[in-house]
Unconditional design. Structure first.
Length: 205
Protein backbone atom coordinates (compact mmCIF):
# COMPACT_ATOMS: atom_id res chain seq x y z
CA UNK A 1 0.00 0.00 0.00
CA UNK A 2 1.06 3.59 -0.71
CA UNK A 3 0.19 6.78 1.16
CA UNK A 4 0.92 10.49 0.85
CA UNK A 5 -0.28 13.88 2.07
CA UNK A 6 -1.65 16.35 -0.47
CA UNK A 7 -3.26 19.76 -0.89
CA UNK A 8 -6.52 20.02 -2.81
CA UNK A 9 -6.12 22.61 -5.59
CA UNK A 10 -9.56 22.35 -7.18
CA UNK A 11 -11.47 20.53 -9.90
CA UNK A 12 -11.19 20.46 -13.68
CA UNK A 13 -11.77 18.07 -16.57
CA UNK A 14 -9.42 16.14 -18.84
CA UNK A 15 -10.09 14.40 -22.14
CA UNK A 16 -9.23 10.73 -22.32
CA UNK A 17 -7.58 9.08 -25.39
CA UNK A 18 -10.97 7.56 -26.31
CA UNK A 19 -12.56 11.03 -26.40
CA UNK A 20 -14.44 10.72 -23.10
CA UNK A 21 -14.28 13.43 -20.44
CA UNK A 22 -13.06 12.74 -16.90
CA UNK A 23 -14.04 15.15 -14.14
CA UNK A 24 -11.05 15.20 -11.83
CA UNK A 25 -9.77 16.76 -8.63
CA UNK A 26 -6.21 18.13 -8.80
CA UNK A 27 -4.05 17.31 -5.77
CA UNK A 28 -0.58 18.71 -5.08
CA UNK A 29 0.90 15.64 -3.39
CA UNK A 30 4.24 15.64 -1.59
CA UNK A 31 7.09 15.26 -1.57
CA UNK A 32 6.61 14.12 2.02
CA UNK A 33 9.69 13.29 4.13
CA UNK A 34 9.46 10.38 6.55
CA UNK A 35 9.83 11.97 9.99
CA UNK A 36 9.19 8.94 12.20
CA UNK A 37 8.65 5.18 12.00
CA UNK A 38 6.58 3.34 14.60
CA UNK A 39 7.41 -0.29 15.37
CA UNK A 40 5.56 -3.02 17.25
CA UNK A 41 8.50 -3.57 19.60
CA UNK A 42 8.72 0.07 20.70
CA UNK A 43 5.26 1.57 20.08
CA UNK A 44 2.92 -1.43 19.92
CA UNK A 45 1.92 -0.83 16.29
CA UNK A 46 3.44 -0.28 12.87
CA UNK A 47 3.09 3.10 11.14
CA UNK A 48 5.00 5.72 9.23
CA UNK A 49 4.78 9.45 9.92
CA UNK A 50 4.89 11.85 6.98
CA UNK A 51 5.21 15.65 6.95
CA UNK A 52 3.80 18.12 4.43
CA UNK A 53 3.09 21.81 3.89
CA UNK A 54 5.91 24.35 3.76
CA UNK A 55 5.73 27.05 6.43
CA UNK A 56 7.97 29.49 8.31
CA UNK A 57 9.97 28.50 11.38
CA UNK A 58 8.17 31.11 13.50
CA UNK A 59 4.90 29.21 12.98
CA UNK A 60 6.25 26.05 14.64
CA UNK A 61 7.25 25.34 18.22
CA UNK A 62 10.80 24.42 19.21
CA UNK A 63 9.86 20.75 19.84
CA UNK A 64 8.29 20.58 16.38
CA UNK A 65 11.36 22.12 14.75
CA UNK A 66 13.65 19.76 16.65
CA UNK A 67 11.59 16.76 15.55
CA UNK A 68 11.92 17.81 11.88
CA UNK A 69 15.62 18.66 12.12
CA UNK A 70 16.38 15.09 13.21
CA UNK A 71 15.72 14.02 9.63
CA UNK A 72 16.98 17.27 8.03
CA UNK A 73 13.45 18.23 6.98
CA UNK A 74 12.43 21.87 6.37
CA UNK A 75 9.68 23.51 8.47
CA UNK A 76 6.47 21.63 7.62
CA UNK A 77 3.11 22.34 9.22
CA UNK A 78 1.26 19.01 8.94
CA UNK A 79 2.24 15.62 10.35
CA UNK A 80 0.19 12.46 9.82
CA UNK A 81 0.65 8.79 10.61
CA UNK A 82 -0.29 6.00 8.21
CA UNK A 83 -0.64 2.58 9.81
CA UNK A 84 0.62 -0.46 7.98
CA UNK A 85 2.45 1.67 5.40
CA UNK A 86 6.04 1.17 6.60
CA UNK A 87 7.31 -1.24 3.97
CA UNK A 88 10.93 -0.42 3.12
CA UNK A 89 10.73 3.29 4.01
CA UNK A 90 13.56 4.80 6.06
CA UNK A 91 13.88 7.99 8.12
CA UNK A 92 14.49 11.05 5.98
CA UNK A 93 13.31 9.37 2.77
CA UNK A 94 10.81 11.35 0.69
CA UNK A 95 7.53 9.88 -0.53
CA UNK A 96 6.46 11.24 -3.94
CA UNK A 97 3.62 10.77 -6.41
CA UNK A 98 5.76 8.16 -8.20
CA UNK A 99 4.52 5.62 -5.64
CA UNK A 100 1.06 5.78 -7.30
CA UNK A 101 0.05 4.36 -10.68
CA UNK A 102 -2.57 5.48 -13.18
CA UNK A 103 -5.74 3.44 -12.76
CA UNK A 104 -5.06 2.62 -9.10
CA UNK A 105 -7.91 2.87 -6.62
CA UNK A 106 -7.38 5.19 -3.65
CA UNK A 107 -9.31 6.41 -0.63
CA UNK A 108 -8.92 10.03 0.44
CA UNK A 109 -9.59 11.44 3.91
CA UNK A 110 -10.04 15.10 4.78
CA UNK A 111 -12.11 17.60 6.75
CA UNK A 112 -15.38 18.40 4.98
CA UNK A 113 -16.60 21.93 4.38
CA UNK A 114 -18.27 23.45 7.44
CA UNK A 115 -21.86 24.56 6.79
CA UNK A 116 -22.70 25.91 10.24
CA UNK A 117 -25.96 25.31 12.10
CA UNK A 118 -28.52 23.76 9.75
CA UNK A 119 -32.05 22.44 10.06
CA UNK A 120 -33.20 18.87 9.59
CA UNK A 121 -34.19 19.28 5.93
CA UNK A 122 -30.68 20.26 4.81
CA UNK A 123 -28.79 18.26 7.44
CA UNK A 124 -30.70 14.95 7.31
CA UNK A 125 -32.79 15.24 4.12
CA UNK A 126 -36.09 15.35 6.04
CA UNK A 127 -39.24 15.92 3.98
CA UNK A 128 -40.92 19.29 4.35
CA UNK A 129 -44.41 19.78 5.72
CA UNK A 130 -47.49 20.82 3.76
CA UNK A 131 -47.15 24.17 2.00
CA UNK A 132 -50.87 24.84 1.63
CA UNK A 133 -52.63 27.89 3.05
CA UNK A 134 -52.55 28.04 6.84
CA UNK A 135 -49.70 25.56 7.32
CA UNK A 136 -47.28 26.45 10.11
CA UNK A 137 -45.09 23.36 9.74
CA UNK A 138 -43.22 23.84 6.45
CA UNK A 139 -39.63 23.18 7.57
CA UNK A 140 -40.12 22.14 11.20
CA UNK A 141 -38.88 18.63 12.12
CA UNK A 142 -42.22 17.43 13.51
CA UNK A 143 -42.80 15.19 16.53
CA UNK A 144 -39.72 13.83 18.32
CA UNK A 145 -41.46 11.70 20.93
CA UNK A 146 -44.55 11.11 23.07
CA UNK A 147 -45.39 13.40 26.01
CA UNK A 148 -46.62 10.98 28.69
CA UNK A 149 -44.55 7.90 27.94
CA UNK A 150 -41.56 7.91 27.96
CA UNK A 151 -41.72 11.67 28.76
CA UNK A 152 -38.34 12.27 27.21
CA UNK A 153 -36.56 12.33 23.88
CA UNK A 154 -34.60 9.18 23.02
CA UNK A 155 -30.89 9.49 22.36
CA UNK A 156 -29.87 9.52 18.72
CA UNK A 157 -32.91 11.40 17.41
CA UNK A 158 -31.83 13.31 14.32
CA UNK A 159 -32.27 17.03 14.74
CA UNK A 160 -30.85 20.41 13.72
CA UNK A 161 -27.24 21.24 14.57
CA UNK A 162 -23.70 21.65 13.29
CA UNK A 163 -23.28 20.34 9.74
CA UNK A 164 -19.99 19.51 8.07
CA UNK A 165 -16.49 20.33 9.37
CA UNK A 166 -15.78 16.69 10.25
CA UNK A 167 -13.47 13.97 9.00
CA UNK A 168 -14.75 12.30 5.86
CA UNK A 169 -13.24 9.42 3.85
CA UNK A 170 -14.12 9.02 0.17
CA UNK A 171 -13.42 5.50 -1.10
CA UNK A 172 -13.09 3.96 -4.54
CA UNK A 173 -11.54 6.97 -6.29
CA UNK A 174 -9.45 6.33 -9.40
CA UNK A 175 -6.15 7.99 -10.30
CA UNK A 176 -6.45 9.41 -13.82
CA UNK A 177 -2.99 10.99 -14.19
CA UNK A 178 0.30 11.33 -12.32
CA UNK A 179 2.62 14.31 -12.96
CA UNK A 180 6.01 13.69 -11.36
CA UNK A 181 7.48 17.05 -12.43
CA UNK A 182 4.74 19.13 -10.81
CA UNK A 183 3.95 16.66 -7.98
CA UNK A 184 0.32 16.42 -9.09
CA UNK A 185 -2.26 13.66 -8.78
CA UNK A 186 -5.46 13.84 -10.84
CA UNK A 187 -8.22 11.83 -9.18
CA UNK A 188 -11.57 11.05 -10.81
CA UNK A 189 -14.46 12.50 -8.82
CA UNK A 190 -14.74 14.86 -5.87
CA UNK A 191 -12.56 14.92 -2.75
CA UNK A 192 -13.58 16.03 0.79
CA UNK A 193 -12.79 19.58 1.87
CA UNK A 194 -12.36 23.04 0.33
CA UNK A 195 -9.63 24.09 -2.14
CA UNK A 196 -6.41 24.48 -0.18
CA UNK A 197 -7.37 21.81 2.34
CA UNK A 198 -4.94 19.04 3.32
CA UNK A 199 -6.01 15.47 2.58
CA UNK A 200 -4.57 11.98 3.16
CA UNK A 201 -4.31 9.72 0.13
CA UNK A 202 -4.06 5.94 0.56
CA UNK A 203 -4.33 3.06 -1.84
CA UNK A 204 -7.73 1.40 -1.42
CA UNK A 205 -6.93 -2.24 -0.70
Amino acid sequence: MSAILAKKLGMTQVFQPDGSVARVTVLEAGPCPVTSIRTVERDGYEAVQLAFGQTKEKHLTKPELGHLKKVDAPPLRRLAEFRGEVGELTLGESVTVDSFEVGARVKISGTSKGKGFQGTIKRHNFASGPKSHGSHNVRAPGSIGASATPSRVFKGIRGPGQMGNKRVTQKGLEIVSVDSKLNLLLVRGSVPGPPGGIVEVRTDA
